[in-house]
Design a protein around this ligand. Structure first.
Ligand code: ARG
Length: 458
């Protein structure tokens, strides 16, 4: 491509370190779309002839179908997707191909391609997250009244409903989608026409190419356009947070389906066996989701470090932006699909969850609240009284709702049999009907609200 200035070809190591075709080939759709927009604009501006533009457009169409059908031969010697496409174009249409690169550089080209790729990827991740939310909301509705232990410090804290627990992840996914949407909005501007770094002497219509590619507007500064990758960072930051959310839930799935806990079982479709222990049912998918968060967070960190200290404008370091983001998003896409699948198929052991919900004096707060409500005790005092009752019950190894009323009254005479009614796990969750609380009727309302929103494609 630059033979004019060089006499020998690159060393094999040079070719190895320099070539990006092994990963930037995934940008072929975006690269061809951007070239189509550029050629049409060059013709409209009278920079190339309409005839050349037609040949270019036709040749690019051919290349697109060659790549899609697997007939295209990618060549490492041609470094990257841009030169592979351009060189094939020359084979197909001859000298007119050489006019496509007028007023353009690979620097604005790659920045444009990657913005388009990130945008498309965000759109498909958004769809995937909506599907995951739907799976969670449907399961939540089914288990709106299924009582389970709520934990703090992984100690049984207060009873909650499984539906409420699942809806917590719907909320997280909604904020994740919001972060992706924000990243998309800020990143959706066109670098095309910034050329190598300084703009160009040709009378471009950058608004025209921006519009053709669905960007909001052309980027206002050519140096910024070719050299920043903050749009990748933002997408990766959103991906990292999403992956961390998925990983937390994946960890819970691992815990919940351990036979020691036994809250849920995963379907055969999302479980693996052991090659030696015939009884094993392993939650590999959940474990892998938990682990894949590592490479997604890592991709964000790696790109931050690539960019840190990089002077304007384009530096070849920027070529290292692609593998990480592509790997991270394929890991994320797979993780979301695996989580949605596990949620859809999982079955809850309702009896086991209910039994566990009542352990660890989980309704002690309900007794304290009853003393506050009924006898106007200050909460601190009610807490103290209840703690003494719990200590006594624990020393006798009886659950709170099976402690004889007389034994309680011996410690706090104002306790009546009405108090016993609040000590069941069902009464406990039913009472937590404050906005955002775990009561089954809240869960039903929220799950239905989400299902309605998601059905509208939001
Ligand atoms: N493969 C390169 C990249 O991904 C394309 C841009 C090359 N530009 C250059 N001036 N060498 O960044």
């Amino acid at each position: 491509m630059w033979g004019g200035r060089f006499r020998t070809s690159p060393d094999a190591v040079m070719e190895d370190i320099n070539a990006s075709i092994d990963f930037d080939r995934h940008l072929f759709r975006q690269d061809i779309a951007a070239s189509q927009a550029h050629a049409a604009m060059l013709a409209k501006q009278g920079i190339i002839t309409a005839d050349d533009a037609r040949k270019i457009a036709h040749g690019l169409d051919t290349i697109l179908s060659e790549i899609e059908s697997g007939r295209f031969k990618f060549k490492r010697a041609l470094e990257d997707i841009h030169m592979n496409v351009e060189s094939r174009l020359a084979e197909l249409i001859g000298p007119a191909a050489g006019r496509l690169h007028t007023a353009r550089s690979r620097n604005d080209q790659v920045a444009t391609d990657l913005r388009l790729w990130v945008r498309a990827t965000i759109d498909s991740v958004d769809q995937a997250l909506a599907g995951y939310q739907r799976a969670l909301a449907e399961k939540a509705l089914e288990h709106a009244a299924t009582v389970m232990p709520g934990f703090t410090h992984l100690q049984v804290a207060q009873p909650v409903t499984l539906g409420h627990h699942l809806l917590a992840y719907v909320e997280m996914a909604a904020r994740d989608r919001g972060r992706f949407a924000d990243a998309r909005k800020r990143g959706n501007f066109s670098p095309l026409g910034a050329a190598a770094l300084a703009g160009t002497a040709f009378p471009l219509d950058r608004a025209m190419t921006a519009k053709a590619l669905g960007f909001q507007a052309p980027m206002a500064n050519s140096l910024d356009a070719v050299s920043d990758r903050d749009f990748v960072l933002e997408a990766l930051a959103a991906a990292a947070i999403t992956a961390v959310h998925l990983s937390r839930f994946a960890e819970e799935i691992v815990i919940w389906c351990s036979p020691i806990v036994g809250f849920i079982s995963l379907s055969d479709r999302f479980t693996t066996g052991s090659s030696i222990m015939p009884q094993k049912r392993n939650p590999d998918a959940a474990e892998l989701v938990r682990a894949k968060s590592g490479r997604i967070v890592g991709a964000l960190e790696a790109l931050l470090i690539v960019l840190k200290g990089l002077p304007l404008a384009y530096q070849k370091d920027l070529q290292e932006d692609k593998e990480g983001v592509m790997d991270a998003f394929s890991a994320l896409t797979l993780s979301i699909a695996a989580m949605a699948g596990m949620v859809r198929d999982m079955t809850a052991d309702v009896a086991r969850m209910r039994q566990a919900a009542g352990t660890g004096y989980s309704t002690a707060t309900d007794l304290a609240d009853w003393l506050v409500r009924t006898h106007k005790l200050p909460f601190r005092e009610a807490h103290h009284v209840t703690a003494r009752i719990v200590a006594k019950a624990a020393s006798e190894n009886v659950p709170l709702d099976q402690m004889p009323l007389a034994a309680m009254q011996a410690m706090e005479k104002r306790i009546t049999k009405d108090a016993l009614a609040v000590l069941s796990v069902d009464a406990s969750v039913r009472s937590r009907a404050s906005y955002g609380g775990t009561a089954p009727k809240n869960v039903r309302r929220e799950a239905n609200r989400w299902l309605k929103t998601l059905a509208k494609g939001q």
